[in-house]
Design a protein around this ligand. Structure first.
Ligand SMILES: Nc1nc2c(ncn2[C@@H]2O[C@H](COP(=O)(O)OP(=O)(O)O)[C@@H](O)[C@H]2O)c(=O)[nH]1
Ligand SMILES: [Mg+2]
Length: 518
């Protein structure tokens, strides 16, 4: 009994019929045929989620953390020189796509990936790397069954403490990489925007960096903000992910953010990735560290350079300590010390799980899957309709006078989908809600998310009913909510936008009542 699936199916049928009609009517307009075919195919392909943010903010680390294995390179600025486009495949493989489209895409062995993403000093290699548009990587990883993940080089940025080679690199390639990243963000169906800030810098001006071109096209329903590297605040908070939540919640509630992002989540990406991929050797080092007397550990673990220094009084080699710091960060090491010594947890799997739980990654992963995953078709369709609308204007200008009316007719029919389909009305209401324009109570806002499929698309999910609820019980629940929202849509003390929104929600319930009554 999958209701949204069913509505999605109906919507899909209508959209497909329109594409078939448009293709059949326009054999004499090649530019239109090409655009229509491209968009038609696009709807059949997986949703594309791009990871965007400044260079070195931790994009590739989050990407690997979501995949729960090391697929893309992380680290020095030079490591993310190209766009990595990951999609599901039963075997690991890669294909290089070039900027010059006359150069056909070229399959290569997966092992080439690291070389293809690292910048080289050799001018010949460098010229070759710059000729690449993106690297498509097929990989057998479960999350890629839900959507493609696109790792971007990042936006130009300079940090006070950047090393000279980083500054040189950014001076030389920053603009180029910024352009590439912006293009990917614009082409993706949905985007994760990463940013990282010190506590003292976390105010509304934080969001200035998001106002430019990059998020020009972000809509709350297809964009999530991620505050990463929050482990840097481990001295201010016992649990930094939880600690900064107060700040991210406040930010997420501000008018400015509600227009851009669905929400903002705090994450310690490095810790999440390290916990998921900890090796037996790293765990052994961790257990040895946990055996250090508390006073000595405190002195050592205060800062990374102290922790990793050569020390005659510590038997664990500096190299192994350094490896641990690189993989878990000082917060991760301090947390693991507590987990082992205070909670008495000593199994690798259990320690890793406890660390992961403090990274905020589980919440991010679940949000991406529910928020993007459950609305995939609609998010893709929305993007396609936007692109088509632009293409129609351009094509109409260039066709013979005799064909202009035909192009307009088809453009109009596509436009009607957005205007008529209830799912788009729901998205419009979601938009108003995110922008804070609706006079809704808290539970009403939650209900809006529920009924638009945030938590799943079965009747039970939409109505928030227990799994064993009967058809009659579901229908009764839908009728009750229908009454509630109808009444609200007639409350003339409310503003027009809120009344319209209540009407749309009432209609959402009405559809369920109708389907269940069949
Ligand atoms: N402490 C800490 N370091 C991180 C975190 N995420 C990434 N890093 C480090 O920041 C550097 C840049 O990360 P990377 O993922 O390559 O950034 P990208 O350029 O945005 O892809 C690497 O040295 C990472 O180990 C984090 O959550 N905490
Ligand atoms: Mg990167």
């Amino acid at each position: 009994m999958e209701i949204l699936l069913m509505y999605d199916e109906k919507l899909k049928q209508r959209v497909n019929a329109l594409f078939d009609y448009a293709l059949q009517k326009t054999p004499g307009i090649p530019a239109l045929q090409e655009e229509l075919s491209r968009c038609y195919q696009r709807l059949e392909q997986p949703m594309r989620v791009a990871i965007v943010g400044k260079i070195k903010v931790g994009k590739s680390t989050i990407m690997n953390a979501l995949l729960e294995e090391r697929v893309v390179e992380t680290g020095a600025v030079e490591t993310t020189f190209n766009v990595n486009w990951l999609c599901y495949g039963s075997q690991r493989s890669l294909t290089v796509h070039y900027k010059d489209t006359s150069h056909l895409p070229e399959p290569m062995s997966y092992e080439k990936l690291a070389d293809l993403t690292k910048r080289s000093e050799d001018p010949k290699v460098l010229a070759y790397l710059r000729s690449i548009k993106y690297i498509q990587v097929s990989y057998p990883n479960n999350i890629l069954r839900s959507f493609d993940l696109i790792d971007t080089p990042g936006l130009e940025s300079i940090y006070k403490d950047d090393a000279q080679n980083t500054l040189d690199f950014i001076m030389q390639y920053g603009k180029e990489l910024t352009t590439v990243t912006q293009e990917e963000a614009a082409n993706a169906d949905a985007v994760l925007y990463l940013f990282s800030k010190g506590l003292s810098e976390m105010d509304d001006s934080t969001l200035k960096e998001f106002q430019g071109d990059v998020v020009g096209r972000a809509r709350p329903f297809n964009a999530i903000g991620v505050l990463t590297k929050v482990d840097a605040n481990w001295k201010a908070y016992d649990d930094p992910v939880q600690g900064v939540q107060e700040i991210t919640r406040r930010l997420a509630g501000s008018q400015q953010v509600r227009k851009l992002f669905y929400t903002i989540l705090p994450v310690a990406g490095l810790l999440g990735f390290g916990a998921k991929t900890m090796t037996a050797e790293e765990f052994q080092t961790l257990l040895q560290v946990a055996e250090l007397p508390s006073e000595q550990f405190k002195r050592l673990s205060h800062a990374e350079d102290r922790f990793t220094r050569e020390r005659p009084d510590v038997t664990i080699s500096a190299a192994r300590r350094e490896q641990l710091a690189k993989r878990l960060g000082m917060y991760g090491i301090n947390l693991a010390y507590k987990i082992v010594n205070e909670k008495g947890i000593r199994e690798q799997q259990d320690v890793a799980l406890a660390l992961y739980e403090h990274s905020g990654l589980l919440q991010l992963r679940q949000l991406i899957l529910s928020h993007f995953g459950n609305r995939a078709y609609l998010i893709k369709l929305s993007k396609v309709l936007d692109q088509l609308a632009l293409a129609f204007i351009d094509i109409r200008q260039h066709v013979h006078t005799a064909d202009k009316a035909l192009v307009s007719d088809i453009a109009g029919k596509f436009q009607m989908i957005r205007l008529q389909e209830h799912a788009f009305q729901e998205i419009k209401v979601l938009g108003s809600y995110y922008e804070g324009k609706l006079a809704f109570m808290k539970h009403e806002g939650e209900e809006l998310l529920q009924i638009t499929g945030e938590h799943g698309s079965t009747y039970h999910d939409l109505l928030s009913m227990p799994i064993n609820a009967t058809r009659a019980e579901l229908k009764w629940a839908a009728e009750t909510r229908l009454c509630y929202w109808k009444e609200k849509s007639n409350d003339f003390g409310l503003d027009r936008t809120t009344l319209d929104a209540a009407n749309v929600i009432a209609h959402s319930y009405n559809r369920i009542v109708y389907e269940l009554g069949k």
